[in-house]
Design a protein around this ligand. Structure first.
Ligand code: CP
Length: 320
């Protein structure tokens, strides 16, 4: 595995989930695999889970992890080619990524979309430039269009909690939010669920259709109650409009998932990638109740990151 930026980088997602669950049971089984190897964790945006779980995963494999919040601690980055840098940007991504390629063995990058220019965000220009100019294996820590480590952790969590002997019904439901949020988490979750052994339904208000490249194979409905019927898992997430790009078209609180609304489900487990705005995006009663999986889900971020790092160490470097 040279890159981990989408589900397409994984030949067998079920084998990767199994590997993550084996690591969860025995975290230090490969503590020498990453000896003398360095992971660069570069953040252009805030993080709690992604940063800490990646550091812990690297430590479990014996790797050193170096974190840089480049948006606050680094030089202002120029990403456009051919510009005369006579403004506010100080360092070009060509040199910055190239230098990181000298210091690290594996590079991991978080770069959120600007939500202003859809073509620019969906071109994954920044991620692709880090891949190209660093010249080393790269992991996405969430990019313009996807959050694959989150999606892998989500699939691990579903695998741990799924009913015996049948395909689970998984529902992704849009939830209200005050701010415009990226589509990366729902895009990525949809892409992974469409590749997994689940029956997958997406529900959202009109105008919140996701890019169809991520939702091929999903059932999509504007009727949340219909979608929730007999659900085993409900994945709650806000996203801004893809069509009317980056806009908040609705804050309709009738979309807020409550414990009462779980009545039509198969006692569904509720998931959210976190951070979550309590009472706005997901109700207090669900978050504090027995159906919530959000803490277990966040915990599984470690095993997702560790499984991916293990694969990368095994496939890109000879044994120490
Ligand atoms: N879910 C997630 O990626 O959390 P952070 O943004 O805190 O890393």
């Amino acid at each position: 595995m040279r890159q981990f930026t989408s589900v397409k980088d994984v030949a067998d997602i079920s084998a990767l989930v199994t590997e993550a669950l084996v690591l969860k049971r025995n975290p230090f089984a490969y503590k020498d695999l990453g000896r003398n190897k360095t992971l660069g964790l570069i953040f252009l945006n805030p993080s709690l889970r992604t940063r800490l779980s990646s550091q812990k995963a690297a430590a479990n494999l014996g790797m050193e992890a170096i974190v840089m919040n480049i948006d606050k601690e680094g030089w202002a980055l120029e990403t456009q080619d051919g510009v005369i840098m006579n403004g506010t940007t100080v360092e070009h991504i060509r040199e910055a990524a190239g230098v990181m390629g000298q210091y690290f063995d594996i590079l991991a990058i978080r770069s959120f979309p600007g939500l202003k220019d859809r073509d620019e965000d969906y071109s994954e220009d920044i991620l692709n430039k880090f891949i190209k100019f660093s010249g080393i294996p790269l992991i996405s820590l969430e990019s313009g269009t996807r959050h694959p480590l989150q999606s892998l952790a989500d699939l691990i969590t579903i695998t741990e909690n799924k009913p015996e002997g049948r395909r689970p019904k998984v529902v992704l439901t849009w939830a209200p939010h005050v701010k415009a949020l990226p589509q990366a988490v729902p895009n990525s979750f949809a892409e992974w669920m469409c590749a997994a052994e689940v029956d997958f339904v997406i529900t959202h208000p009109e105008g919140y259709e996701l890019d169809t490249q991520f939702t091929n194979g999903a059932t999509i409905t504007y009727n949340q109650e219909e979608a929730l019927a007999d659900a085993d898992f409900i994945y709650v997430k806000n996203w801004s409009s893809f069509q009317d790009y980056g806009k908040v078209l609705s804050t309709d609180q009738s979309w807020l998932l409550t414990q009462e609304r779980l009545g039509v489900t198969n006692n569904a487990k509720v998931m959210h990638c976190l951070p979550v705005r309590r009472g706005m995006e997901l109700s207090h009663d669900i978050l504090d109740g027995p159906n919530s999986l959000v803490i277990q889900e966040a915990g599984n971020r470690v095993w997702a990151a560790q499984a991916v790092l293990k694969r990368m160490l095994e496939t890109n470097f000879s044994p120490a």
